[in-house]
Write a protein that binds this ligand. Structure first.
Ligand SMILES: NC(=O)c1ccc[n+]([C@@H]2O[C@H](COP(=O)([O-])OP(=O)(O)OC[C@H]3O[C@@H](n4cnc5c(N)ncnc54)[C@H](OP(=O)(O)O)[C@@H]3O)[C@@H](O)[C@H]2O)c1
Length: 331
């Protein structure tokens, strides 16, 4: 099966993309990097070749996830040109956000070294640095583009206002932000409208609600003890029992439609606008294949209306990040 494509800047990219974070950060795994090489083979052979990593996806220091990409591509002899590789900079080892030109210049060199590549296809600022004007950050990113170190410029979790300012300095090709059946704030905070108006691709992260929308978790204690989601407000014991109602409603809808709950979630994201690319993350081959299969699910206008009615009836309980992290979003 060849996958449908959508555009990022002037480049056609197959959908869905693939989020690699779970291999190296935030979510619990008992496997080592080498165990995951077969997953990359399956993705590559299925044509799922837009891969999303970040320098901060790492259990110690920076770059573990980027080094895994390099390891997999080398082991599988995947030609560089066959992958649309996206990575991000911004969080330093001090966990503060840095967007000044000197930081960016050393961050790209470290990422390229870890990736064993001489360019990145899409380079994002992971979070907007409140202490550096966005114009300075984006100018530095444009210089990387002019030098051939990156091919497209992206921002993650920016506000609509910041995006508009950035777009006056350089061509912004993509905005990455959370968007899913349980996180729709970009529909009302101006970000989605700004992307549409400026012709910027919206890359939807956590499109499966960090796994919740797949139905794999039934209760708070299903999350492993060392899993970051245990600390996320939407997965708290109290909110879990409310949010599972939405999940169950959507799962019943998916069952009647003849697809899985996860596939419904991904098809819904892609149905909202043809400028959106979802990047579901998975560390398992069966789930990867299931997510890729979501492109076969088509939702009618009537079905989209019915799904909206479910969202209205079962509002999500809890904020999407804790109070401290929320301060770093939508700047
Ligand atoms: N820019 C940012 O700030 C930011 C923030 C978060 C994430 N991201 C990016 O977005 C990507 C995706 O987001 P995410 O990983 O947070 O959330 P997600 O894609 O919504 O969900 C991932 C979770 O769902 C599970 N899963 C995936 N496919 C499944 C399936 N078919 N059936 C059952 N469970 C399934 C995964 O577990 P298994 O591994 O066990 O399948 C994992 O626990 C990340 O990998 C990362 O690249 C970016």
């Amino acid at each position: 099966m060849s996958l449908p494509t959508r555009r990022i800047g002037g480049t056609s990219v197959p959908i869905p993309g693939w989020g690699l974070m779970g291999f190296s950060a935030f979510y619990s795994t008992d496997k080592s990097d080498e165990d995951f090489i077969p997953n990359f083979k399956v993705a590559y052979e299925a044509g799922c070749t837009m891969w999303d990593t970040a320098d901060i996806y790492s259990r110690s220091g920076l770059g573990q996830n980027e080094r895994l990409v390099a390891k997999a591509m080398k082991a599988l002899k995947i030609p560089r040109k066959d992958i649309f590789l996206c990575t991000k900079f911004g969080f330093g080892l001090d966990m503060k956000v840095h967007g000044d030109p000197a930081y960016i210049k050393q961050a790209i060199e470290r990422s390229l070294k870890d990736l064993e590549m001489d360019y990145v296809d899409l380079y994002y600022q992971h979070r907007v640095d409140p202490n550096t004007p966005i114009e300075e950050t984006v100018k530095a990113m444009q210089e990387l583009k002019d030098a051939g170190r990156i091919r497209h410029i992206g921002l993650s979790e920016c506000s609509a206002e910041t995006l508009r300012r950035a777009a006056k300095v350089a061509k912004i090709d993509a905005v990455q932000t959370e968007y899913s059946l349980w996180e729709t704030s970009i529909e009302t905070n101006g970000v989605l409208d700004a992307c549409k108006e400026l012709g910027i691709t919206l890359v939807a992260y956590s499109p499966l609600g960090r796994g919740m929308l797949s139905g794999k978790f039934r209760k708070h204690s299903d999350l492993p003890a060392d899993d970051w989601r245990r600390t996320n407000p939407r997965f708290s014991e109290e909110n879990f029992s409310k949010n599972i109602q939405l999940v169950d409603q959507l799962a019943s809808f998916a069952k009647a439609k003849g697809c899985t709950a996860g596939q419904l979630a991904l098809a819904w994201v892609h149905a909202q606008w043809d400028g959106i690319i979802a990047i579901p993350g998975t560390t398992r081959i069966e789930a990867l294949e299931e997510n890729i299969g979501s492109v076969k699910v088509e939702l009618t206008k009537e079905e989209l209306k019915e799904i909206r009615a479910i969202l209205d009836q079962f509002p999500v309980a809890g904020t999407r990040y804790d109070a401290q992290s929320l301060k770093g979003l939508n700047i």
